[in-house]
Ligand binder design. Structure first.
Ligand SMILES: [Fe+2]
Length: 336
């Protein structure tokens, strides 16, 4: 039987001027060789479509487990971005060298919209997700186009946007001494920084340009250097590429409200009202990706934010990250 997935339109209505996400659906599952051949043949077009639209869903391709997903990813030939090397704050477990659990946070926890690792100096260019087991209820992956969001902010909150552009932002978070899988931000400082000792941690933070403070209970509070909050893609589109929404809504600190997690680059306060309005604008633009078991999605991390809705039942979504070797050609530059 031949394997020739069709490009079909999005399964739901949405509020974006591009089709989003694009969907390739197969009438029958393919085997390993058919899928590899199809990806190899379609790769230039898939890259073009991804850069334009931001997300592509692959449905009914016959991906039955983590190994099938791994082979599917390998067929694209993208450079791997390992979780071990990353400064991600989420607790995850590797399944294969390049495939890991998306986030181990409890089912009632919302993972708010974010660009993967945009709060760190190193972030992936793309992400693959794979649904090994769809939740009984909920568990969608919200996807939001950051170019569309930027246009809305520019229209409704021009002063806030120009402060973001001119001042940049800083992120602060406190890392526990041991992995805490009950939190979406529970990765220990040893694991996050890939170190064994406090001295090694400080050496690494210094090299990254972070400031830090040791807290009770062997916890480590860090603040990044100034990071851009708006970036420009190689085709000229501007994107609200940062971690502000997730940090504002999700990073609870013991010291108080979420504003402790984010400031403008000069240390001045980011207004809660402004951030609430940004989060509402993003929500209005968000498409909820409803998973079917076996689905795979490829997301352009420069263009699209993602998150996770709370869920009931068992939900196993796996992820894999693509490295940044293509960054120059795929094109993100600092707008500042
Ligand atoms: Fe993420």
């Amino acid at each position: 039987m031949t394997f020739s997935p069709d490009l079909v339109s999005s399964p739901e209505e949405h509020d974006c001027d591009e089709v989003f996400p694009l969907v390739f659906a197969s009438s029958s599952p393919g085997d390993e060789h058919q899928i590899r051949a199809w990806v190899a043949d379609q790769k230039p077009e898939l890259n073009r479509l991804l850069a334009r639209h931001g997300a592509i869903l692959f449905r009914n391709f016959g991906l039955e487990n983590d190994n099938d997903f791994d082979k599917f990813i390998k067929a694209f030939g993208f450079p791997n971005f390992t979780y071990a090397e990353s400064l991600s704050n989420a607790v995850r477990q590797n399944r294969t060298e390049r495939v890991f659990t998306a986030n181990e946070a409890p089912s009632e926890v919302s993972i708010f919209l974010h660009h993967e690792m945009a709060q760190t100096p190193v972030f992936p260019s793309k992400l693959f997700f794979y649904c090994e087991h769809a939740a009984l209820e909920g568990g969608q992956t919200p996807l939001c186009r950051s170019d569309a969001l930027l246009k809305v902010i520019e229209k409704n909150q021009p002063k806030f946007l120009s402060k973001c552009e001119n001042l940049g932002v800083r992120y602060s978070n406190t890392m526990p001494s041991k992995n805490d899988s009950e939190s979406g931000q529970g990765r220990s400082w040893k694991s996050t920084l890939s170190v064994e000792t406090a001295t090694q941690a400080e050496t690494k933070l210094h090299a990254l340009g972070y400031s830090w403070q040791w807290c009770a209970g062997d916890r480590l509070r860090v603040t990044t250097s100034v990071m851009p909050a708006v970036r420009t893609l190689s085709d000229g589109r501007r994107v609200f590429f940062n971690q502000l929404i997730a940090a504002f809504k999700g990073w609870k600190t013991e010291e108080g409200g979420p504003n402790k997690a984010i400031t403008f680059g000069d240390g001045s306060v980011i207004d809660d009202g402004d951030m609430s309005q940004v989060a509402e604008s993003a929500e209005a633009l968000t498409f909820d990706m409803r998973w079917e078991t076996g689905d795979a999605v490829l997301v352009d991390n420069f263009l699209v934010m993602h998150g996770r809705r709370p869920f009931r039942g068992t939900r196993r979504v796996l992820a894999s990250l693509v490295g940044n070797e293509e960054r120059k050609s795929s094109g993100v530059s600092n707008a500042n």
